[in-house]
Ligand binder design. Structure first.
Ligand code: SF4
Ligand code: SF4
Length: 372
């Protein structure tokens, strides 16, 4: 096993031991990732977008002062994920990061982006890294296929080249600033499932062999979640047009993902194990890794202050009911009541199922196996 992989396995195991001890003490795993929607405005028109019905319809955005109160009231945690919509369209995005970074609440900031505005991303990255040189900052840039495929899926001509430019801009800034990176996430669907290897080859050639390339099966509550009580299931989490790839293509997709993982800078990846388990879950309808993360290690705050344990279940409260005190809300009776309702469901959602791999010894063993 390569030293980098050994280190990942060691740190993941140590974290699991610590988290289990904390859960024995408090009854809950400690918060590890907060998914914060900061805008529902978007400049793309993706066919596979799971929140397309909420885009650009004027959903109010939590003002910065309220985000500061939210940041003040969270415990320190590992990762803040800024999402939307297109989060970089929010003019005070650096202020949002500052709210958490200046209070040392988040170790790393992950920003989802369609990569349509390379110059804006360069400016955001430069401002954040100049002010917080030790903060981890990672941009997750969506690329779903080679040029023609990507632009077709995203509904924006020229998106592919802009996204590649964004990756290069962040890569180049990474030589100036520490702890700054960008990686690619590809959503696998019916239209693009044959293009995974060619896309990976293109990225390695044009952006660099060190680029991390992750994947996620297209998300649709009707087909990729099981056992959510109907009264708490989010309505309409699903794409406008895109379907899952045909089941008979799953073995080839798994082989392609393994091949790509073999070329990755590190091989011990919980997300890769999650990808293989996703395929198995959709194929068999059987749970692979228990969802112990939703409402414990991971929480979701929407633009209007609604809070949910995951993106497939309805919000259970709004921050305004708790004077924007996240900790009070997270440990409230309402939060516990919803936790009790979502004990038996399972789904393929990467933010929860991907992390669940790291919360299981079986998952860590699979990570180690794939690294050997
Ligand atoms: S998937 Fe992301 S980039 Fe595409 S329309 Fe939805 S929010 Fe916008
Ligand atoms: S993330 Fe977890 S709690 Fe939410 S629907 Fe999926 S399995 Fe259920």
């Amino acid at each position: 096993m390569r030293p980098a992989d050994f280190q990942i396995i060691k740190e993941t195991s140590q974290r699991l031991l610590r988290n289990k001890a904390e859960r024995r003490r408090t009854g809950l795993y400690p918060l590890e990732m907060l998914i914060l929607y900061i805008t529902m405005r978007c400049n793309a028109k993706c066919d596979h977008c799971f929140c397309w019905e909420d885009l650009n319809i004027g959903i109010p955005e939590l003002p910065l002062e309220r985000i500061e109160k939210l940041a003040e009231s969270t415990p320190p945690f590992r990762q803040l994920l800024l999402t939307g919509g297109e989060p970089t369209l929010r003019k005070d995005i650096v202020g949002v990061v500052r709210a958490f970074a200046s209070r040392r609440k988040a170790e790393t900031i992950l920003i989802n982006s369609n990569g349509l505005k390379p110059a804006l991303i360069a400016q955001i990255a430069t401002e954040i890294k100049t002010e917080f040189p030790d903060l981890g900052l990672d941009f997750q840039i969506s690329i779903d296929g080679l040029e023609e495929m990507h632009d077709r899926i995203r509904g924006v001509p020229g998106n592919f080249q802009k996204a590649i430019e964004t990756l290069k801009v962040v890569r180049d800034l990474g030589t100036k600033f520490r702890h700054l990176s960008a990686h690619v996430l590809t959503v696998i669907m019916e239209l693009n499932h044959r293009e995974l290897i060619p896309l990976n080859q293109y990225l390695q050639q044009h952006v660099g062999p060190e680029l991390i390339h992750g994947f996620e099966l297209v998300r649709d509550i009707k087909e990729t979640a099981w056992g959510i009580p109907p009264e708490v299931a989010e309505k309409g989490v699903g794409p406008k047009k895109m379907n899952l790839p045909p089941r008979e293509s799953f073995p080839q997709i798994a082989e392609d993902l393994k091949e790509i993982q073999r070329r990755a800078p590190y091989r011990a990846s919980a997300f890769h194990i999650h990808n293989l388990a996703q395929l198995k879950m959709v194929e068999t309808g059987q749970e692979q890794y228990k969802c112990v993360t939703a409402g414990q290690a991971v929480g979701v705050v929407y633009t209007n202050g609604d809070v949910a344990h995951c993106e497939f279940t309805l919000p259970f409260a709004n921050l305004s009911e708790f004077d924007d005190n996240f900790d009070a809300l997270w440990h409230s009776e309402k939060a516990n009541a919803r936790r009790a309702q979502i004990r038996k469901c399972y789904c393929i959602h990467g933010c929860f199922h991907g992390k669940a791999v790291e919360y299981s010894w079986k998952g860590i063993a699979e990570m180690a196996k794939s690294a050997i």
